[in-house]
Design a protein around this ligand. Structure first.
Ligand code: DHB
Length: 313
């Protein structure tokens, strides 16, 4: 039987698939459903220090080839997700999970990091530097000096296994600059990519933007994101210290999409729009389809083909 086992640092997972933060991970019930699905692990909704209601609705819309969203960081607050994670790790010591954190300022990120550092949490922390949807708050990941500053202050005291979630980049100089910054820090992973920020879609019946916040601007996910996600994972795999592993996120609608992200260098594959649209049964189908591709190619394990993308010479 083909084996979808994978690992990040010392953490072991029996399947490469997991949710992308934000999707079906807002409440404890949703998190429990992810935990009971075929996903290898899960990540909680990006947390702020205190509960937020987020942007006005409609704030998510499915599109022909994906989705648009401007949720605005609705979440129950760090304590809720940290409590969940602490209970979860007691009940499932064999299934490490990810806690996602997205402060609206460096101070808020550092305060949440202190809380996690001082807690019994023993999983992985994803510091989200790429939320595109809070009015007036630019994405940290597009400000290289700010990213350097945040990570410097963070790793001054933070010792738990952690990574960052990045926005998509579109120029090779950006990959070079960001990788140079990331390589200075004891990151266990980089998760690439968040949604394609600030797209716009229009309802042809009414000539109106599909979603309400920010005049209709929102993050684009789904099939639209696939080539950008592949390029970002590949570009970072080529530039990051091999100790920093890649989580590939973006454009997964079938097993071959996941296979491609793994070829580009991903050790885990996150599913966003598809999971939102299909629910956790998506993991069952993706698992079956990825296994089928691997069998066709003669691979028994993820490590047989991870990062093995071929290019034309
Ligand atoms: C939200 C969207 C994101 O892409 C993200 O990384 C964090 C939060 C949101 O709108 O809630």
């Amino acid at each position: 039987m083909t084996d979808l086992h994978t690992s990040i640092d010392k953490f072991q997972f029996n399947n490469v698939f997991m949710n992308a933060s934000g999707v079906r991970c807002y409440t404890k019930d949703e998190l429990d459903e992810l935990a009971q699905s075929d996903a290898g692990t899960l990540v909680t909704k990006s947390a702020t220090q205190t509960k937020r209601l987020g942007n006005p609705s409609p704030r998510y819309a499915p599109l022909e080839l994906g989705s648009i969203n401007s949720m605005g960081l609705p979440n129950e607050g760090l304590e809720y997700y940290l409590d969940y994670a602490l209970d979860f790790q007691k009940a499932h010591p064999e299934k490490p999970i990810f806690l996602s954190v997205a402060g609206l300022s460096m101070e808020e990120n550092l305060a949440m990091a202190h809380t996690i550092e001082n807690s019994d949490f023993n999983g992985l922390v994803e510091f989200n530097l790429s939320c595109p949807n809070v009015p007036g708050k630019p994405q940290t990941g597009y400000d290289f000096d700010r990213t350097q500053e945040v990570l410097t202050n963070l790793f001054d005291f933070f010792t738990k296994p952690a990574g960052v979630k990045l926005p998509p980049y579109f120029d090779l100089a950006q990959f070079d600059q960001m990788a140079t910054i990331l390589n200075q820090f004891p990151l266990k992973f980089v998760n690439s990519i968040n949604s394609l920020g600030n797209g716009l879609m229009i309802d042809p019946e009414t000539d109106t933007a599909l979603i309400k916040p920010k005049g209709g601007f929102g993050g684009i996910g789904g099939a639209y994101a696939k080539p950008i996600a592949l390029a970002n994972v590949r570009a970072f795999a080529q530039r990051l210290d091999p100790k920093i592993q890649l989580i590939g996120t973006g454009g997964v609608t079938n097993g071959r999409d996941a296979y491609d992200l793994i070829l580009a260098g991903a050790s885990l594959v996150q599913v966003g729009t598809l999971l939102q649209e299909e629910g956790t049964v998506a993991f069952t189908r993706l698992t079956r389809e990825l296994r089928a591709v691997m069998q066709t190619k003669g691979y028994n394990a993820i490590s047989d083909f991870r990062g093995q993308l071929k290019v034309l010479s």
